[in-house]
Design a protein around this ligand. Structure first.
Ligand SMILES: NC(=O)c1ccc[n+]([C@@H]2O[C@H](COP(=O)([O-])OP(=O)(O)OC[C@H]3O[C@@H](n4cnc5c(N)ncnc54)[C@H](OP(=O)(O)O)[C@@H]3O)[C@@H](O)[C@H]2O)c1
Length: 251
């Protein structure tokens, strides 16, 4: 008898990397539930993906709405086999515009929406005894670069969260993966006006990420070139790193 299709839930799936991950999962035969805020962008993305794609509209920063959406998904299809917590955002925030509301909004999406989803899913997946959860971080977590401090801090929070939870996930028979992309061509990076080395197309990034997820690796960093560059930068002594970071200041 044929294996039942894998059930995948992806947040931030109306555009960019999330939509590309949904496309790649559908191509692999999965049933995919796509979440983003309600609206035509999500509807159009789901419609373009065909009958194995399902919309699960929700603002993931609203905890009550998030848990209600997850309960709806569980009732309709059961708990997912693969969860990709991908919704996230970036905006340049430096000394001149260190806006407290913007920083809170960034953390609400990049960190607290992730921990809220984990809080609801974790015990339920553990009780079931199988499943994979991927948190989409960024190589930007490796080091704080000018204007990316709040973003880098939010993604670094995911690294620590994932490291801390990994042993418990494993003991419960679950797989926890930290996905850390370099630059990916998406609506988010289209706004950037600085050089973005080793940039990947979203569909290429999604295929590489799904390969890493299938291998059940803890950290999936793509592409390896950008991963290495950021690791090298992060491991320089401060006396070498600071002059490089100063050169990234805008005039
Ligand atoms: N692009 C890169 O170079 C890059 C590099 C490293 C890491 N990442 C990470 O990859 C992830 C995806 O980034 P991307 O470049 O694909 O960004 P994107 O094109 O801006 O997509 C972000 C997605 O998140 C959704 N979203 C935003 N706010 C939401 C909310 N409150 N509730 C539910 N969904 C929400 C958006 O949908 P709606 O606006 O329709 O709600 C959209 O589908 C992020 O976590 C980002 O930090 C990206």
């Amino acid at each position: 008898m044929a294996e039942p299709a894998r059930r995948v839930w992806i947040t931030g799936a109306s555009s960019g990397l999330g939509a590309a991950l949904a496309r790649a999962c559908i191509a692999a035969g999965d049933q995919v539930w796509l979440s983003a805020r309600p609206g035509p962008r999500l509807d159009d993305t789901v419609a373009a993906l065909g009958p194995r794609a399902h919309a699960l509209p929700v603002d993931v920063t609203e905890r009550a709405a998030l848990t209600a959406a997850l309960a709806t998904l569980e009732r309709a299809a059961g708990l997912p086999d693969l969860v990709i917590l991908n919704a996230g955002t970036y905006q340049p925030l430096g000394l001149a515009n260190l806006d407290p509301a913007a920083i809170r909004a960034l953390f609400a999406l990049n960190v607290f929406a992730v921990s809220d989803a984990l809080a609801w899913l974790g015990p339920r997946l553990a009780a079931r005894g199988h499943g994979q959860v991927a948190l989409v971080g960024s190589v930007a977590a490796d080091i704080g670069l000018p204007y990316a401090g709040p973003y880098s801090a939010s993604k670094a929070a995911l690294v620590r969260l994932a490291q801390a939870l990994r042993p418990e996930f494993e003991r419960a028979g679950l797989v926890l993966t930290l996905v850390e992309p370099g630059f990916v061509r998406t609506p988010l990076t289209a706004k950037n006006d600085f050089p973005m080395p080793f940039m990947l197309d979203a569909d290429d990034a999604a295929r590489r990420i799904l390969r890493g997820l299938a291998r059940q690796r803890f950290r999936v960093r793509v592409p390896w070139t950008m991963s290495l560059l950021m690791r090298l930068l992060a491991n320089l002594p401060e006396a070498c790193s600071l002059p490089l970071r100063r050169r990234m200041l805008r005039s």
